[in-house]
Design a protein around this ligand. Structure first.
Ligand SMILES: Cc1ncc(COP(=O)(O)O)c(C=O)c1O
Length: 377
């Protein structure tokens, strides 16, 4: 089956190991195993791990981990959770389970490309709901209403949104639920950045799984919890949907690694400390980025409310890829071109890497814009 190239992943694969300062990173700065264990106060890891027999483990994910994941939601129980290979595995499984040729699928754009390219590859009637500055990069509800014709199978949204950092609150999500309910659609909300809101003690916005009887939430340990190396995610959804997903999952996952499951459980048992660290990084760094944007004449934005990335609009006569490649070659700083996410004319910056990398990266971009780009422009 043919499928489009995954723009962002191709860009990352090509340059991520070659750059000096990675401002394309979307994870809150990743934790080392030692840092995780120290936060968790675990000094007995050897005793825990060495006797572990490395079987397939509990097939749907350990009860310990699934219970911890369920606790991230208001109304989810063990039977509503299945563990997957990252959020990427979770999203792929949901699309594979629900979408058939000819089905109407509505996906916001920009978003993680899975949400429109996978249904497109299945032969779905894939409709794009463009997020624009006019609505602060939130879905235009009137437009959604028009696209959501009777029998629509799935509405795919992303909250908080990558790359814009826009955030739908509970009331906004409830309006989307009303539209979905009227046409019978499932809502898949990719919530991989949930927990990184700029405001609030928990930094958590409402989850679609708690708001809608056909609401499906996907999440993972990668971004908010700084543990992408575990490759561990989940789906939270009505138990019947979890059952249908599990049928597909048997064909491509069996189970996730026992060690990944184990470390994810340790992390979620200590989630308050991890979230506190994530909030410190994302909130400090967004303030730094905000000052920088205010001082750069060729850059403008809608300031993010959540997440780890911002979409920067630039006023320069270059394609986003050309700008990013030139920036990388002359300064070692890596951004992501808007073209990699079907958003030409923009650049995505990830601001949740370490503060030093962000500060130095921004300095180098400023110099690049002043010395290399402005004279040519
Ligand atoms: C919106 C979104 N969904 C899913 C993923 C995949 O995350 P994971 O590492 O959990 O597979 C990403 C990664 O960039 C993402 O930005």
């Amino acid at each position: 089956m043919k499928i489009r190239d995954f723009g962002v992943e191709i860009w990352m694969n090509k340059y991520e190991t070659r750059c000096e300062l990675n401002l394309a990173e979307t994870c809150v700065e990743s934790l080392t195993v030692a840092e995780l264990l120290e936060m968790a106060g675990r000094t007995d890891i050897e005793q825990q791990l060495l006797p572990l027999k490395l079987t397939y483990g509990e097939i749907e994910g350990s009860v310990r981990l699934r219970t911890l994941v369920a606790d991230l939601y208001e109304r989810q129980k063990l039977e509503n959770i299945v563990i997957t290979h990252g959020a990427i595995g979770a999203n792929a499984l949901v699309h594979q389970t629900l979408v058939e040729p000819g089905d109407r699928v509505i996906s916001v754009l920009p978003t993680y490309q899975q949400h429109y390219s996978i249904p497109e590859s299945f032969g779905a009637d894939t409709q794009i709901l463009k997020l624009t500055e006019k609505t602060g990069f939130l879905p235009d509800l009137e437009e959604l209403q028009t696209l959501a014709t009777p029998g629509t199978k799935l509405i795919a949204i992303n909250n908080p949104n990558n790359p814009t950092g826009s955030l739908m609150d509970r009331a906004y999500l409830e309006k989307i639920v009303e539209i979905a309910r009227a046409c019978g659609a499932w809502i898949l909300c990719d919530e991989v950045y949930r927990g990184t809101d700029q405001q609030g003690l928990t930094g958590m916005t409402a989850s679609i799984a708690d708001l809608y009887e056909k609401g499906i939430s996907t999440g993972s340990m990668s971004k908010t919890y700084s543990l992408a190396g575990l490759r561990l995610g989940w789906i939270a959804a009505p138990s019947e949907l979890i059952h249908s997903v599990s049928i597909h999952r048997d064909y491509n996952t069996i189970s996730v690694g026992m060690l990944d499951d184990h470390f994810a459980a340790i992390a979620l048992e200590n989630k308050d400390k991890i979230l506190e660290r994530s909030h410190r990084i994302t909130r400090t760094n967004l303030a730094i980025l905000s000052q920088w944007v205010d001082a750069e004449p060729s850059i403008s934005w809608i300031k993010p409310q959540s997440g780890t990335t911002a979409l920067l609009k630039y006023d320069l006569p270059f394609s986003s890829e050309e700008l990013c490649v030139r920036l990388l070659e002359s300064t070692g700083v890596m951004l992501t071109p808007g073209s990699a996410m079907d958003m030409e004319g923009y650049l995505r910056i990830g601001y949740a890497n370490s503060e030093n990398i962000l500060r130095e990266g921004l300095n180098r971009i400023s110099r690049f814009l002043r010395e290399s780009i402005a004279p040519a422009a």
